[in-house]
Design a protein around this ligand. Sequence first.
Ligand code: BYC
Length: 337
Amino acid sequence: MYTQAMDIPSPERDETARGGPRSVREAEYEAEIDAKVARGEFIEAKDWMPEAYRKTLVRQISQHAHSEIVGMLPEGNWITRAPTLKRKAILLAKVQDEGGHGMYLYAAAETLGVARDDLVDALHSGKAKYSSIFNYPTLNWADIGVIGWLVDGAAIMNQIPLCRCSYGPYARAMIRICKEESFHQRQGYDLLLTMMKGTPEQRDLVQDAVNRWWWPALMMFGPHDSASTHSGDSIKWGIKRISNDDLRQKFVDAAVPQARVLGITLPDPALKWNEARGHWDFGPIDWSEFWNVVNGHGQCNRERLADRVQAWEDGAWVREAAMAHAEKQRKRDRLAA
Ligand code: BYC
C-alpha cells in the first residue's frame, strides 16, 4: 500500500481518457466499471475509469489530504502547553499521525495521475477546499479534548464507510487512517473525562469548548443532502456509501449518550429522542455560517493558509537537500553500473 504512488495510470489509459483510439469502447468500459462497483470490487489505479469518476476522486482525496495537514495546526498550537508529559506525548503522536494521513492521501491522489506539487499549489492559492472545522480557534486546553471526541469522532463516522470506497488505493489508505482516528477519539474523550473529574473551573472549560465545537462538528458532514452537489454521482460510483445527512444523524445518536457519561450539556435545546424514528431529533444547522467558512471567511481561514504557506517555505531546504541526495545516489548508481 505504501508504494501505491508508483502505481500510476498507464499511457494507454490516458489516451482513452483523451478520447483516443479506444474511446469507441468507452460505453463497454463504463458498463464494466458499474458491474465492478455493484459486485463490491475495487477499481485500481491502472484500470480504465470514467474521467468524471477520476476527477471526483482527485477532488475528494486531495481535499481530505489538505484537511489532515491543516488539521495539524489548531492542535499543534497546544503541544508546548500540554499540562503533563503524558498529555504532551499523546498530542505529539496524534499530530504526527495527522501528517502521516496527509501523506497517505496525497500518495493515493497521485495514483490518479496528478502531481502533488499541483495539489499543494491549489491549497496554498486558496483554490482547493479543506474541512471547515479547522477554521475555528483552539482557545483552551479542553478544546484539545473536544477536538478528539467530537472532530475525530465525526471523522471516524464519515471515514469508516470510505474503507469500502470503490477506489482501491483510497479505501486501503482509509483502513489505517481509521485505526489511528480511533485512538485520537479515545484520547480526547479520556482527556475530557479527566477534566470533568477535576475542579468546577475545569468542568466549565469543557462545557465552554463543547458549546463552541458542537455545531461546527455537525457541519463537517457537508451540506444538507438536498444541497450536496456531488452525492448523487459519488453514491452511484460507490465512493460515498452513506449520505451526508444520514452520517450526521448517526453521529448525533452516538454523541448524545457519550455527552451524558461526561456530564456535559449539548448546546441544542431542540435535541429530543424521537421514538417513532428511533433517532435523536436535533435543531437546525446555521448553513450561512457553514458556507461562510467554506468560502474562506471563517475566523481562522487566513491564519491557517498563511501558516501552511510559511511551513512550505521554511521546508524548502529539506526538499532541496532530499533532491540533491537523490541525484548523488543516482550518479553513484550510474558509476557503479
Ligand atoms: N468543509 O457535494 P458535497 C480529519 C464542500 S480530516 C469544507 O456534499 P462531497 C482530521 C464540498 O467539497 C476530515 N468544504 O461534497 C484531521 C463541495 O465543494 P466543491 C476531512 C465542504 O465531497 C486532523 C461542496 O461543499 N474528512 O478528520 O460529496 C485532525 C458541496 O458538498 C465540507 C474528509 O475529507 C466541509 N465540511 O461531500 C483531526 C472525508 N463539506 O468540491 C481530524 C472525505 C462539503 O464542489 N470527504 N464541502 O468545491 C468526504 O467524505 C466528502 O468530501 C464530504 C463532502 C462529506 C466532506
